[in-house]
Structure formats: C-alpha cells, structure tokens
Write a protein that binds this ligand. Sequence first.
Ligand code: GRF
Length: 200
Amino acid sequence: MKIGVLISGTGTNLQALLDAERAGSLRPAEIVCVVSNRPEALGLGRARAFHKPALVVDHKAFGGRQAFEDALLEVLDEHQVAAVVLAGFMRVLTPHFLARFPDRILNIHPSLLPAFPGIDAQRQAFEHGVKVTGATVHFVDVGVDQGAIVAQAAVPVLDDDTVDSLRARILEREHEILPRAVALLAAGRLVRDGHRVRSS
Ligand code: GRF
C-alpha cells in the first residue's frame, strides 16, 4: 500500500517510519512521498536522505483551506497514494480532504487520548499533574484528535520530569507504535467498528 507522509517539523516520527521501512517491518506499506506544509521543515531532509520525494505544499501560498487541500491531494494523487500518515502535521484537515481517504488517514498524538487533545499535549499533561500519559495512534476524522483509536502506549510522568524530558520519553514510544500501526493498516488488519478498532 502506497503511503504519503505529511509533516510540518522535525520529522522524528517520519524517521521512525523510514527506518522501519528499511528494516522491512513496515511491509506491506511503502512510503512513496513526504509532503510538508512548511518549507523549512527538517523532516524534508530526512526524506531526501532516504531518496524519497520530499515536497512542499505551503499553506501560506493558498487563499483558503480548500485550495491548500486540493494542492495536497494533487501531489498525493500524482504519487498514487492510498493512505496518509500525519506525522507531526500541524494543520487541521477538513472533510473535503478526509472524504478522499476514508479510514485511510492515521495521526500520532502525544497523549493518551481522549485526555489532552490539541496543541502541546505533553505540557497539558505535565501541568495537569497526571502520573501516566502516553501516545496514541488514531484514525483521523472531522473532530480534532477524536478519531477511533488504533494503538496506545502508556508513559509514566516522573517526579523530576520537565516538559522536555517527558516529551522525549513519549516520543520514544510514538516511534514504536506509529510504524506498527501503519504496517497493520497497510495489511488490511485494522477493522473499525464505530469508534472501536480491532487489529486482526
Ligand atoms: C510528535 O510529538 C507528534 O505526536 C505530534 O507532533 C510531534 C511531531 O514530532 N503530532 P516529529 O516531527 O515527528 O519529531
């Protein structure tokens, strides 16, 4: 299954996907392009280092969300993408885009959803004082960080943590669960029943 990865930033989750692909553990998923909405995203260099098409669709260059999403869809179509992974992609996608990939878009979020959706989830969890947080892979639907949950990993919050140390501990687990979920999706092994997802 041909996968397009959308990024906005550093791209460590993209790196985990590239590494998994190289190791053979992403099969039958194949990363066919990486698209960033930010031209300066470091992840673009990671894609190029793995000889992947690394493209920019800068949201600032478009008059509205739909025009931006049409440009994204065009790039994904050019590469015959069948499923999309949001790996630190910081734009909300509208139903216009989502309708093109039903149950074919995964996102990684740095908390145990439904706790701490939205921006800077690690800081939200830290400031709330929870003792356990984590990472979630979920299908993307119209609600932000509300789609059906595919995989989760729990991460302890330690007494001497800072937001940054917690962020790093969560990120390690993100890098484990995201490639596994992508491989399951590509293998047709994720079965969604309403808001519940089984992996067969
Ligand atoms: C990750 O924490 C991810 O969960 C969130 O954005 C961050 C992206 O990090 N959605 P990276 O660009 O993959 O390093």
